[in-house]
Design a protein around this ligand. Structure first.
Ligand code: ADP
Ligand code: MG
Length: 571
């Protein structure tokens, strides 16, 4: 007996609709995209019960003729592409010709539209698959779509809708993102009688961010930009040490299309490593422009995701943009030195401190030069007054130093970590890891997951100066180690790196390796330091790109302003 049969068209239509339309926010998204594609400059969205009862989107765009209006409900009916070659260069938000068909199939639907050329405008009413009426009406140029009782004919779907507030939240977030991409368009969102968003047209992205997020957010942003090949990036992102405790303000756009993209998110994370305090995330409004042929927008029914032909390029653009902007920000100003100040130790940098791991070659200075002219501002020799003067050590934890306008308390471990991290970055960039042989190889018995982690990162270990050989089974012998710590520490450092290697993310593994190495080799909290070591450490610290935070994002320096002391002491 045959078991296969073709589904009746209404059922097939409902199934297809489910791919595009999941909940009210999908309806709003599709309708608003249509309005934008129609060139609207004024888009009003009204919801009742989070959109479950009503979604209405009204625009002042090009509108449709009666014939087009009737056609627009057919699946795969679109005015936006016509041939296969068009798929290579999609400039409109819509192109699949599915939205109206899908929404129409699962709701009670009314479309009012006029393209301004016909005397009478059109009202088209549908209920699920059925066309209920076509009526002449008076209506200005533009389109208004009403979608009532979403999924009225798909009870199983309707059950999965969330509370009105929760659905409203999704719509608000989506419209916020869309509004960011179109500062010149007015967006209004009302929920019942409540106005949730109302942003009139503005000149710039910055103004739009201000409208939506307010002054505090705008003040915490810096402009970012980068170009490579045919790729361009522009936008705004958190200044060093700002950011927030959640990821709710990260918006990405590709060719002005709002997207969710893991590569962009990962790149942003990595770009902010050591620039934000631990457990804080950047705010970001990142616009990427690529040739249409280099990004595939047709990978997701709701067009929420894209695929890049060259994801490495995308990654680099983000890193570059943030890095440049950060260097210009003179990242220390929130802590030390204050804005506008520069200082440098003149000729202090006598290499000292065997056992502190400071080499004579001063790779930091080299690193800054190679990063271009903006990089060295905070520590350019010869400019500014004298540097902080070390006054002493407090409880073998903190270095206390006097600056012109206050007292600095510097965490010795975190400070050294930052100094070493930049040094290691440079050594690694130049592939100059000093290697040393262990007289007696260290034998390690790895756990199964350690063994896997090691296998995965063998190359990285080797590039960083380790030579470890398999002894059969899960045992390995470390025979060489990078000569930046004592031979006796090889085992512990190796294991710490292995733990890093075992953590999930592969993207920024090299940086995390270097950060771990810096942490492991930095002077410990609790270690007494000589005045000479402290002097050197402090002067090196303020030559780094980011003296305020260690590579793991912990603060390094706290300043007690002189003014505060004076006030407290009534001077
Ligand atoms: P797509 O946007 O992928 O083309 P839709 O089903 O969303 O498919 O819309 C079908 C067609 O209906 C569009 O190509 C467009 O020509 C027309 N249309 C839909 N909404 C509007 C609108 N608000 N203003 C003008 N034309 C519209
Ligand atoms: Mg569309």
């Amino acid at each position: 007996m045959n078991k296969i049969h073709i589904l009746p068209p209404e059922l097939a239509e409902k199934i297809a609709a489910g791919e595009v339309i999941e909940r009210p926010v999908s309806v709003v998204k599709e309708l608003v995209e249509n309005s934008l594609d129609a060139g609207a400059t004024d888009i009003r969205v009204e919801l009742l019960e989070g959109g479950k009862k009503l979604v209405k989107v009204q625009d002042n765009g090009s509108g449709m003729s009666r014939e087009d209006a009737a056609l627009s409900f057919r699946r795969h009916s679109t005015s936006k592409i016509s041939g296969e070659e068009d798929l290579e260069r999609i400039a409109t938000l819509g192109f699949r010709g599915e939205a109206l068909a899908s929404i129409g199939a699962v709701s009670k639907f009314a479309l009012r539209t006029s393209d301004g050329s016909e005397e009478r405008a059109t009202l088209l009413e549908r209920e699920g698959e059925k066309l209920v009426a076509v009526t002449d009406i008076a209506f200005p140029r533009g389109t208004a779509v009403e979608v009532r009782d979403l999924f009225f004919n798909l009870p199983a779907r309707r059950k999965f809708l969330r509370s009105a507030t929760s659905e409203l939240g999704l719509v608000t977030k989506m419209l916020t993102q869309t509004a960011l991409a179109y500062p010149g368009v007015r967006f209004v969102l009302t929920h019942g009688s409540r106005e949730v968003i109302n942003c009139p047209p503005v000149e710039s992205l910055r103004d739009r961010i201000f409208q939506l997020f307010g002054k505090a957010v705008v003040d915490g942003l810096m402009e970012v930009a980068a170009v490579e090949g045919e790729g361009r990036l522009h936008g705004y992102a958190s200044r060093p040490l700002r950011g927030r405790t959640d990821r709710s303000v990260q918006f990405f756009f590709v060719n002005n299309r709002p997207v969710k993209d893991r590569i962009l998110m990962a790149a942003l994370n990595q770009a902010y490593m050591g620039i934000l305090e631990r457990a804080r995330s950047a705010e970001a409004f990142v616009f990427l422009t690529l040739p249409y042929a280099d990004v595939d927008v047709n990978v997701h029914p709701a067009k929420a995701e894209v695929r890049f032909r060259d994801s490495q390029l995308v990654f680099r653009l983000v890193l570059k943009a943030i890095e440049h902007a950060t260097l210009k920000e003179r990242t220390v100003k929130d802590v030390y030195p204050a804005a506008g100040e520069t200082w440098a130790p003149d000729g202090v940098a006598e290499p000292v401190a065997p056992g502190l791991g400071f080499g004579p070659e001063e790779p930091n200075a080299e690193a800054r030069r190679s990063q271009g002219p903006a990089a060295g501002v905070a520590g350019q020799p010869g400019k500014g007054g004298p540097g902080p003067e070390v006054l002493g050590q407090f409880q073998n934890l903190y270095i206390v130093a006097g600056a012109e306008d206050g007292l600095l308390v510097i965490d010795q471990h975190n400070a050294h970590e930052r100094v070493l991290y930049e040094k290691y970055l440079e050594i690694d960039r130049r592939k100059l890891w000093p290697r040393k042989a262990l007289l007696i190889p260290e034998i390690l018995d790895l756990s199964p997951s350690q063994a896997v982690a090691f296998e995965e990162s063998t190359v990285l270990f080797e590039e960083m100066g380790f030579r470890a050989e398999s002894m059969g089974g899960r045992s390995i012998a470390i025979k060489e180690y990078p000569d930046v710590f004592k031979a006796g520490e090889a085992r512990e450092v190796f294991l710490a790196l292995l733990e890093e290697a075992g953590s999930d993310k592969a993207q920024d593994r090299r940086e995390r390796f270097l950060a771990t190495l810096a942490c492991k080799t930095a002077v410990k909290a609790g270690a007494p330091l000589t005045a000479e070591k402290m002097g050197y450490l402090v002067s090196e610290l303020f030559k780094t790109a980011q003296p305020a935070l260690c590579p793991h994002g912990r603060p390094i320096v706290v300043k007690v302003p002189r003014a505060q002391l004076d006030k407290g002491l009534r001077r």
